[in-house]
Each structure stands twice: as structure tokens, then as C-alpha cells.
Design a protein. Sequence first.
Length: 382
Amino acid sequence: MSQSPLSTTQQITSEFHSPSIAERTIFSGLFDTSRICIFGCALFLIIYGSKRSLSVDSLFTDSKDEKNKEGKGSHTIELSHAIFLPIGASLSLLTMFLFFNVFQFFFIISTTVLSVLSFSFLLLQVCEKCFNFCNIDGNSKISMRYCNDYTRNECLSLLVSTIIVSVWIFTGHWILMDAIGCALCVTMLSYIRLPNLKVATLLLVGLLVYDVFWVFLSEYIFNDNVMLRVATRPAYNPMNYVAKKLNIHEKVPVPKNLSLPGKLMFPSSRYPNRFGMLGLGDIVLPGLLISFILRFEKSNTKLKSSQGAMTGYYNMSVITYFIGLLIATTMSEMFQAAQPALLYLVPCILIPLIIQAYRKGDLSAMWNYDAGENSKEEQLIV
């Protein structure tokens, strides 16, 4: 499974292979430990990721290094990207479905690299606090002979993340896979931007259609649920091959296959060896919209401090996201099948947001929001 930003977004709510429908109820299913963990983890990642995106913005806005401003920073999804992204995601998903065995070595290598970089970003603030606690200047740079110089914070976070990802490769444990998935979510929410509500609506509606097609309709064409197959298919672990070649596979047991971190998995308390799943896309895609709403509120709070700030949208969107996730889980329990979560998440977030913005008179500003223009106005106010 490729781990590019869209490839990691396998929109699967959760699936349990239960013994019989009579043995379980929707109510008890909602309170299974796997469901509770998924709800809590998804909400935490969206809240933390959106807050972290603000710190990334301020980091590059306040930077005095012009090269740092121009060479790094966030990536904004433009209108043309939003139009073609569902098509590109479909081609990527279909490629993984048809040629997974051919490209699985590439998938695992790219996943490993992205995992190390994402985990390094996630741990960066932790390393900063550790150095500060030890009264060590973590921002001092270490000279590198053949590459750019990096700070002690960056070097330590990279080292720790490399160790964690290596342990995951050698053990394949689901907790480490979930940790890597969380790091991928936070990194994408921190560095990817939706510029306004118009692009967000176009992107989310397009990906809703993509989600519904590949979960519900692909089985009629390919005789298989393409989304579910790609999301749950493990990749061959190259370290298992190395262990066999070195004749140490008996002393050092390395899992033959690895479940790639395109989803969060939590064990069920009702059924041993069963896991509930939530695709990273069901966190990242709504999270990008919620992150935009937070930036919109913060920007307009400065511009409208004398008139009353545009507030309330962020909190409302977090609540409606939870409601959408709850509905998706209920439908999954009711029909005993994987559901396209965006089918429930997108309307639950977008419809109340648009109605509330229209009632408050903020819809036009939110629909055509321009961060660049707003930042210039903020500078004039200051």
C-alpha cells in the first residue's frame, strides 16, 4: 500500500467478522473498546493536528530567514488540485489493488521513509522540552559534512523515530503501527492547507463520491471491495527475507508480513483477535477542513476584535465530526459491513457549517477566504 498523502487515506470505518447478528446489538457495538479508542484517538488527532498547524504557520511567519520562509512551510490545495485529486486517488487505489504484489517492496520502503519523517516531526516538540529540562540548547546546530546542518532537537527526534519504526518492522505490532499512523495524520494536518470553504467543499464532495464508489460499487465491477482489500492487505516484510538469508530467522523471529499504517486499528473487547479500523483519510480529510476553520477564526478574531470575533465554528465542527463518526459506526453495526465514512462525515460537518456561516453573515468571507490578504490586513492593524 503506497503511503503518499492520498494513498494513506483508505476510508474504511470498521469491520468485524462477527459469529452472528443475533449475538450482538448496535448499542453494545458502539461501546466496544475498539470503537471508544477509535473515537477518542480520531478526535485527539484532529484537535491536536489543527492546533499544531497554527504553530507551523507562526514558525514560518515569524522566521527572519527568507530561505526558511520560501523553501519550507505548508502546501496549499488549490482549486485544480481539488478537482483532480479524487481521480488521482482512484488511479492510485486501482494500481494498488491490481499490482500490489509487483510494487509491494516499493510500498514498504516509501512507507518506512514517510513514517520516520512523520514521527520525527511529531517528536520534535518533545525533544525540545527534554533539552530545555536538561538546560541544553537544543537549537544549536550540529555540523554535517555532506548535508545541511540540523539542530540537536531535529537529530534526536530523527534518531528516536528511526528506532521506533525499526522496532515496528521487526515486530509488526499494531500499537506501533497505530503510533505511526497518528504521526502521519498530525504531519499531514500540520503541513497541508485548504485555502477556503469553496475548495474544501469541492474536495470533500469529490472524495465522498470516490469513497462511496470504491466501497459500495467496486464489488460489482471487480468482484471485490477494492477499498477494503487495499486497506487490509499486508505487505511482505523485507527484513524477513534478510533474516532467512542470514539464517537467523529462528533466533530472531521477524514477521513475514506487515500491515501498513494506512489505518488505525484497535482490538475488540468482545471478540478476541478482531480489530476495529478507521482509515487515516477519515481523520485527515475532515481534519483539513476543521484546521481551516480554526485558522479562519483566529485570523478574523484579530480583524474583528472591535465588532466581536467570528467564533464558534471550530467547536461546532469538532462536535459534528464526532456525530458523523458515530452515525458511520452505527451504520456499520446495523448492516454488518464496512461503510464509507465520508458519506456521513462530510454532510455532518459541511451542512451545519454552511448554515451557521450563512446565518451569521460569514459565508461569503469563508467561501472566498484569502489567507494572504488577511495577513496583510493583520499587519496593518498591528
